[in-house]
Design a protein around this ligand. Structure first.
Ligand SMILES: Nc1ncnc2c1ncn2[C@@H]1O[C@H](COP(=O)(O)OP(=O)(O)O)[C@@H](O)[C@H]1O
Ligand SMILES: [Mg+2]
Length: 376
């Protein structure tokens, strides 16, 4: 329950960010789901994404307002930038992420993205999640999955879709409070409608790491109800397919990602690391790669070489890296600042359907929205 002061602040915040719908111009539709359509559009000359809800009515507007209240509290480079909203028609405007979702990128690529980009995506998502969980009270995302992770033209990776997010005001959130995540990414305790906490997001993050390593859809062969039965009520768990194990064996970075996947996607919440630890381990991994061989137990790996991080982007990040020293002589923060793969500028592989020029077709706009071509 919100206190009266919270509620008043919420009403003010929600009012502050409203957009008159006449200021929005919709271009092509980029996605459609059960509850919403997403368009590329412009708002006063700036390209935006407009998520327009398909349903209307007081319940819908209330849910939208809750999402807006979460969004306007978030300020982090790895969380999708909220720009404004409108109650009628019900919509949210955000920055536009030209490459679309990580899910569609992995599908379009037909295989993993290579070690540097995979690591970059894993770090970006972990930073966004660490920020959410470090709010006071912590914010749980509860719908973390590759379709809700978006990528822009500069390969910046951001978490989106805060429609199910909620603040954790008690030690645990009641599992009986009922909500609708996606079983493939949901923690076993949530599937069983038990109480949960931040470690439910760690589980979903583990499934995202699995997707990055395997470049497949988790539990693809199963019906969602079978996923509930297997993940929620049996001993069986997600394991890496053979191709993903080969990728994981490539170097110490991919090895670290595979180890984190294994722990994060574990059945027991207590066995899953939180995002402070996840980030610390992710940022240590490339430091180990740069500082020379460090044999991993029981894995057939190629010896870690600087050349393992081998594209133009990694070259750029090496240029910023300090002279490699032994990992023992380097504190975690320093390691993080030195060799992190921050931004990947090489992007010759943009999916063409994302190219605005290649997709000039426009679509149905809500009746309140003025279509750009109609004005011309
Ligand atoms: N800002 C954006 N830029 C580009 N594509 C987006 C953006 N927001 C959403 N999308 C696309 O729309 C899909 C659904 O958006 P999302 O916010 O997750 O809505 P839903 O609540 O229906 O799941 C995403 O998976 C992505 O493909
Ligand atoms: Mg979504």
């Amino acid at each position: 329950m919100l206190g009266a002061a919270d509620a008043a602040a919420g009403v003010r915040a929600a009012a502050e960010w409203t957009i008159p719908p006449a200021e929005l111009r919709l271009r092509e539709r980029v996605a459609v789901g059960g509850f919403a359509e997403v368009f590329r559009g412009t708002w006063n000359g700036t390209t935006v994404a407009v998520k327009q809800l398909l349903e209307r009515g007081p319940d819908v507007v209330e849910r939208l307002r809750e999402e807006v209240l979460t969004l306007c509290r978030l300020r982090h480079p790895n969380l999708l930038l909220f720009m404004g909203w409108c109650a009628d028609p019900p919509l949210i405007a955000t920055e536009f992420m030209r490459r679309g979702s990580l899910h569609s990128i992995l599908r379009g690529n037909g295989g993993h993205l290579g070690a540097p980009r995979t690591h970059h995506a894993a770090v970006s998502v972990a930073k966004g999640m660490q920020y959410l969980h470090s709010r006071s009270p912590p914010i749980l995302h509860l719908d973390l999955k590759s379709p809700n992770i978006l990528v822009d033209d500069k390969w910046r990776v951001k978490i989106a879709d805060f429609g199910l997010a909620r603040a954790r005001r008690n030690t645990l959130v009641s599992g009986r409070s009922g909500f609708h995540g996606t079983p493939e990414w949901m923690a076993p305790e949530m599937l069983r409608a038990e109480d949960y906490d931040e470690k439910a997001d760690s589980y979903s993050y583990g499934v995202v790491l699995w997707e990055l390593l395997a470049a497949q859809t988790p539990w693809n062969e199963l019906h969602p109800m079978q996923v509930v039965a297997i993940v929620g009520y049996s001993d069986r768990r997600l394991t890496l397919p053979p191709e993903a194990r080969d990728f994981a064996g490539e170097n110490l970075v991919t090895r670290a990602l595979a180890d984190l996947f294994w722990e994060c996607a574990s059945k027991s919440p207590r066995a899953r690391p939180g995002f402070d630890e996840i980030l610390e381990r992710l940022e240590r991994a490339p430091g180990m790669l740069l500082s020379g061989p460090e044999p991993a137990v029981g894995t057939a790996q190629t010896p870690p070489r600087r050349a393992d991080v081998s594209d133009a982007n990694a070259t750029a990040s090496r240029a910023r890296a300090p002279t490699p020293r032994t990992s023992a002589s380097r504190g975690p923060a320093e390691t993080a600042a030195g060799v992190e793969i921050e931004e990947i500028t090489h992007h010759g592989d943009a999916p063409s359907e994302r190219d605005p020029a290649a997709a000039e077709h426009t679509t149905t706009a809500g009746e309140y929205l003025v279509h750009e071509d109609e004005e011309a």
